[in-house]
Design a protein around this ligand. Structure first.
Ligand code: GLU
Length: 288
């Protein structure tokens, strides 16, 4: 297996120090292993993605000295692939349409019988308001969100433990061979959205399909995505795709210990560049 890693930025803001750390780490690990490094532009949210951010990202990554082994894969060019995967899941009766708004979900969860509302990787755990008692048949609707019926999926793929390898550190410091217990996944994840109404796909579906398409052997990314890995491993089983090794790294924080967000423009690589910093300075700043 050729060590293959990737960096998958969303072009919705400037590349900041946290991204630079993730990109350099994924790049250097691949180069150290004589492997391959790819870029993926995660631009399915067309309401927020901007070509000028994409151009700036590529320019900053080149300036940092990173090289990639194929032209970047742009997710907005790949919508047909996501659509085919959704068709497959739909035909197996594993998706259902959902018209709930965030406010509807909050309201349903505030009912006394629901107890304390729990959070999963995608925010509040969906209470199942739109979940049908039998699989929905007919053509796949394109004008609403589609949720994955996780309990039904488990009937399809079986309830054997799902295993994967974490070589970084999960949120509780977990690493090594990790085991997901399918019995608790429906409650832990809720029926996640696989197709958003305005996108025709979702981050979780696209990332899993593209990691497989780019033959990524090592997913190197921030710890903030550790919890989402359970969804990704589950989807890989559902779609019969290989599970890469996951390496979740620490997040770069500001002086106050707060996680850097894209809106922290003061940490934008472009600003450090215009202040005369060198790529070596950036590496030093992020501890590499
Ligand atoms: N596009 C995601 C982000 O910018 C990264 C997803 C991933 O690495 O799996 O946070």
């Amino acid at each position: 297996m050729t060590f293959t890693s990737r960096f998958a930025p969303s072009p919705t803001g400037p590349l900041h120090l946290g991204h630079a750390y993730s990109a350099i780490l994924a790049h250097d690990m691949a180069r150290a292993a004589q492997g391959r490094f790819f870029l993926r532009i995660e631009d399915i949210d067309q309401s927020r993605a901007r070509p000028e951010w994409e151009a700036q990202l590529l320019d900053d990554l080149t300036w940092l000295g990173l090289t990639w082994d194929a032209p970047p894969l742009r997710q907005s060019d790949n919508i047909e692939t996501y659509s085919q995967a959704l068709d497959k899941l739909w035909e197996c009766g594993l998706l259902y349409p959902c018209t709930c708004t965030r406010a509807d979900i909050k309201h349903a969860l505030s009912a006394p019988q629901e107890g304390v509302a729990m959070h999963g990787p995608d925010g509040l755990i969906y209470p199942g308001t739109c979940r049908p008692s039998a699989p929905v048949t007919g053509p796949r609707p394109l004008d609403c969100a589609l949720r994955l019926d996780i309990a039904r999926l488990l009937q399809h793929i079986g309830t054997a433990p799902l295993r994967y390898t974490e070589t970084g550190l999960g949120t509780d410091g977990q690493s090594g061979d990790l085991i997901l217990n399918p019995a608790i996944l429906p409650a832990q994840l809720g029926d996640i959205v696989l197709a958003r109404r305005e996108m025709g796909t979702s981050y979780h579906l696209s990332v899993v399909l593209d990691d497989a398409a780019q033959r990524v052997s090592h997913v190197i990314r921030g710890r903030d995505l550790f919890e989402a890995t359970a969804i990704h491993v589950l989807l890989q089983r559902a779609l019969v795709l290989p599970t890469p090794i996951y390496h979740h790294h620490d997040l770069i924080r500001d002086e106050a210990g707060k996680r850097l967000a894209k809106r922290d423009d003061a940490r934008a690589i472009a600003l450090f560049r215009s202040d005369g910093a060198s790529p070596v300075d950036i590496r030093r700043m992020v501890g590499l």
